[in-house]
Design a protein around this ligand. Sequence first.
Ligand code: 5AD
Ligand code: SF4
Length: 479
Amino acid sequence: MGTTNRQLTAKYNGDEETKRQFLYIEKAKDYVQALSNELGRKPTCCVTTFGCQMNARDSEKLAGILELTGYELIEDEDADFVIYNTCTVRDNANQRVYGRLGHLNSLKKKNPHKKIALCGCMMQEASVIEKLQKSYRFVDLIFGTHNIYKFAELLVSMYESDSMVIDIWEDTDQIVEDLPIERKYSFKSGINIMFGCNNFCSYCIVPYVRGRERSRNPKDIIKEIEELVSDGVVEVMLLGQNVNSYGKNLMEPITFAQLLREIERIEGLQRIRFMTSHPKDLSDELIQVMKESKKICRHLHLPLQSGSTRILKEMNRKYTKEQYLALAEKIRKEIPDIALTTDIIVGFPGETPEDVEETIDVINKVQYENAFTFIYSKRTGTPAASMENQVPEELVKKGFDKVLKTVQDTARMRVALLEGQTLDALVEEINEQDSSLLTGRLSNNTIVHFKGSHDLIGQIVPVYLKECHGFYYLGELQK
Ligand code: 5AD
Ligand code: SF4
């Protein structure tokens, strides 16, 4: 676990909102202390994350505040306080939340002190709030994506109220810096470089629930990374819905490639990752910076969504199949050791088996190292949801299976190309299935399992890539 809390408390800087929130943390401490006295032990809390890396980072912010107020963080929903940080990109994420809430309610009946909070993207949907108000009255606190920085204040409101507290904002232009964060890993960390999205892909709910694009000031980003590095972090993942348009709305505009150059200079930082890149905004300047860099990892996640130019147009993606292929080819040529991964949606309204073939053609041509394939999920309020020609489930399933098979076959071949090489891996954890093995990540994002001492966790070590098993390797530590 990181020690970021202590540093950030001490840094109590001039930002007014940050100051206000630290006052609420002090107030919340009194409530947690009172609860602690009643229970005769430290109250426990559990933060459960659904969805993407942005949510994972937000959860670390929630955990940072909870820990500072006096809670003990545990990974068990039996805790005295449970918070779900939700996702709504696809409907199955929503359904999982409703399902698990029922279980939380039964736990709450056994523990009269138990509090339940919900936050994140799903809470930005009016229909969700209506449903929670009607059928899930046992939830104590609900807030959204725009006011997560006032979590301490909301905790106090929750303790001072005996009914459900709901605070949802439509949008915000606020970026509040320097709040406490409790990192999951001591040696690597996500960093938000921007929030929101302006692209309005026609199937996607993100611009509605995360608001307009806002970039953080480069100085704040650099400062945060420098502090993380002095706290033991060797790898950072820069996070944004579309990092390639970073900096365009700043008072002094700067490109993402320029930001990367600045970050590269931070001494002690060894690896830089970022996600996600929209193909329409990926510049030659970025390819050049990646090519010259010693620290930027050899991995680019470049969502395709569909290989059919007609469907791409309907999706409002603003590139054609040919433009995407040309871009992928240019990247592979300039940076031959790069791994390309992607996101694909099957079953977008109006998609025919011929369109699916176009997607398969792109997969075969680009030869992704990995691809996340999703079945199209209708999101209320998006333009695609009201398109008439929704594809029948049976047909979607057929297309999905075919795409998945192509991804697996091509990725297996592509990943196997590294067999016999020795490459550096950042040791991340003890293997979940076999505790004699460590799990490491190569610069190109491929996972390798190998035998080694547990104290190597957090270090970058050379590993011989012995056997390829589809998407991962079994390897041997090289001395
Ligand atoms: N249905 C299915 N997949 C979706 N994604 C975004 N919206 C939807 C949707 N409505 C996928 C896209 C995106 C990834 C994060 O989630 O592929 O890149
Ligand atoms: Fe959604 Fe498109 Fe924005 Fe990605 S770029 S978050 S898919 S709208």
